[in-house]
Write a protein that binds this ligand. Structure first.
Ligand SMILES: [Mg+2]
Length: 248
């Protein structure tokens, strides 16, 4: 949508969908999850070392879907046998370590949508319990992630369905918009990755945040806004959080 386009009627319900990894958080949420699982004694250093190699490769290669799936599956197998409540405690720990790595600009945008009365959904390949915890911490409407299979209160190490990425994200967003009676033309989506083109293309206003090469090109061709975030802003935010935690 260009600046000349008619402004959406804000009295109508509107939703904004935010990708998590590299869009809202400067990093990979599964890596934060691995660190937190280690600090709670859920997994060993040995597990983390193996996982860390994969996560490093994820950061080098960008968000290739096959690498994402592999990292996710390895990470999740480490959590098999955990009680659902323990996963909730783990999610709280993960979100607290993520806080200083949340892009202040993206968080400000998210809050601006909430202030405007919009519904805000985080939509991520990350496990659903983590997407939900992050969403509730940020005051977002809901977090949609990859569903974990829980049997008798215990995580099996498997997912209930496919990973929440690529076309799955678009389908989930479309289901929400249909269920909530939202006009997709009035809705927004934010992502860094060309994997999320289906989601970005499903709404009226798509915004590329620190886009990868493919998304940057598509965004330029489509006239989508491109936000380039500055790592210095995250460093400043980390210092601020640290100072606040020391004074508090
Ligand atoms: Mg992403």
């Amino acid at each position: 949508m260009t600046d000349d386009a008619p402004k959406p009627d804000l009295t109508l319900p509107v939703a904004a969908f935010f990708d998590v990894d590299k869009t809202l958080v400067n990093g990979a949420s599964l890596l934060f999850l691995a660190r937190a699982a280690r600090s709670l004694g859920i997994v060993s250093w040995r597990d983390i070392l193996r996982f860390g190699l994969k996560a490093a490769s994820f950061r080098r290669k960008g968000e290739s879907l096959s690498v994402l799936d592999e990292v996710r599956d390895r990470g999740m197998r480490l959590l098999a046998g955990q009680h659902a409540e323990r996963l909730h405690a783990l999610a709280e720990q993960v979100v607290s370590t993520m806080q200083p790595r949340i892009w202040p600009e993206t968080r400000a945008l998210l809050l601006a949508h909430l202030d405007a009365g919009h519904e805000v959904y985080l939509i991520s390949a990350t496990p659903d319990f983590l997407a939900q915890e992050l969403a509730s911490t940020l005051g977002a409407t809901a977090g949609i992630g990859s569903g974990l299979e829980i049997q008798d209160g215990i995580f099996t190490g498997r997912f209930t369905s496919g990973t929440m990425h690529g076309p799955e994200k678009a389908r989930a967003a479309q289901a929400i918009m249909a269920e909530r009676g939202l006009d997709p033309a009035d809705c927004y989506a934010y992502s860094d990755s060309s994997n999320d083109l289906p989601l970005l293309s499903a709404v009226g206003t798509a915004v590329a945040v620190n886009p990868d090469h493919g998304l940057a090109r598509h965004a330029r061709e489509s006239g989508w806004r491109i936000l380039q975030l500055d790592p210095a802003s995250i460093r400043a935010e980390r210092k601020r959080v640290k100072a606040a935690s020391q004074s508090g």
